[in-house]
Design a protein around this ligand. Structure first.
Ligand code: DQA
Length: 160
């Protein structure tokens, strides 16, 4: 007798990745569109899930305006995900706690930014995450997330 599996494509993926969005990114589309673009977070997440399927990676996303909540999700990722894509928003420039959480769980992480943080105000030029992540993608709008996911999956699969 053959058993037909009822798993969805995402559940049958080889890899599982969590995408973390930090403060104010829930307002994408409305928030300074000349800097951050017109695409909403909902659309970015939907595209990431589709892209993930094509890369054989299940994608879960999470947005929070609270530093501790982001730290909690990074800790929980230990048992659930092989990789992290993070746009920590303003916490990029302030949060040793998020940096320490990524270092603590030792999960390969790619840092992404919609805007090119090095072309903007000086306080955005320093990232607490940059020196502990696999790599950083900055300045390509919503594409930074998609490029980040592709780069992370390639890294996890040992393709680079
Ligand atoms: C951002 C850049 C940060 O400086 C800023 O605080 C954000 C968004 C980006 O995606 O370009 O909230 O991370």
């Amino acid at each position: 007798m053959s058993i037909v599996s009822a798993v969805t494509p995402a559940e049958s993926c080889n890899l599982s990745v969590v995408v973390l969005h930090g403060p104010n990114l829930n307002l994408l589309g409305l928030r300074e569109p000349e800097i951050y673009g017109a695409t909403t977070l909902e659309r970015i997440d939907a595209r990431l899930i589709e892209l993930g399927k094509s890369l054989n990676a299940a994608v879960q996303s999470f947005q929070s305006n609270h530093e501790g909540a982001i730290v909690d999700v990074i800790h929980a990722a230990r048992d659930r995900h092989q990789g992290i894509v993070i746009n920590a928003g303003a916490y990029t420039h302030t949060s040793i706690a998020i940096r320490d959480a990524i270092s603590a769980v030792q999960i390969p992480t790619v840092e992404v930014h919609l805007s090119n943080i090095y072309k903007r105000e000086e306080f955005r030029h320093h990232s607490y995450l940059a020196s502990i992540v696999v790599g950083q993608i900055s300045g390509f709008g919503a594409n930074s997330y998609y490029l980040g996911l592709q780069a992370l999956v390639a890294h996890l699969e040992g393709l680079n």
